[in-house]
Design a binder for this molecule. Sequence first.
Ligand SMILES: O=P(O)(O)O[C@H]1O[C@H](CO)[C@@H](O)[C@H]1O
Ligand SMILES: O=c1cc[nH]c(=O)[nH]1
Length: 247
Amino acid sequence: MTQIHVRAQPGDIAPSVLLPGDPNRARHIAETYLDGAQAYTTYRGLLGYTGTYHGVPVSVQTTGMGCPSAAIVAEELARLGAKTLIRVGTLGGATPMVAPADLVIATAAVPNDGTTRQLLDGAPYAPAASFDVVHAAVMAARALDVPHHVGLVMTEDAFYASTPTHARLWASRGVLGFEMEASAIFLVAALHGIRAGCLTACSNDIGDPQLVQEDVLAGGVERMVRVALEAVVTLHATDSAVPGVAG
Ligand SMILES: O=P(O)(O)O[C@H]1O[C@H](CO)[C@@H](O)[C@H]1O
Ligand SMILES: O=c1cc[nH]c(=O)[nH]1
């Protein structure tokens, strides 16, 4: 049965799905990296494609910006049979350690958003990436020689509320950068017993309206996408070796 927002049938979606916020990034990934990519939905601009990468079926599905939209998309992908959700996004650096276009592999997301609060009815919770996804991404980044940071991100709702002062405070608590979807994706995946991860490229410093130079950011996005796709290949190979585990 098709879903209300991700207008697709269960067989349209690959077990592994990359999740960019931006529909143009989804189209770019499908056209640049996937063989035989077919669009399965354009509804509401939430562009979704399925193809293969090195023979492994992969979908790429736009989430839109923010947890409300990302939670809808993650929920509907889980209902459509997705088993691994990997966000491929951008983030604002919270610390000078994270340089323009740097890759950040999230281990967990501080849930400073209203969507997870509602889903959890206010209960304390730690939305975390799946160990398998973090491990596969770190291994892929090392193999591709892509410099990377591994650690906490913060997921927020109000892009323009955050200031350099907030960034310094959260950096002192170990947060590498702020973004807007990871906590909801991690929680929805956990509620469905499926895997999730989040890779981001640094697009700016928190509270600084200056965007990283376009060609520099584009390079960071390409490196992030290649790492994510190689992680999918590794996870698929591992799953195929274990009877009864779908990848
Ligand atoms: O580049 P994407 O994946 O959209 O991610 C980041 O960019 C948007 C804000 O500019 C938010 O969606 C945030 O999470
Ligand atoms: O949420 C986000 C994403 C990118 N840059 C930011 O400053 N915040």
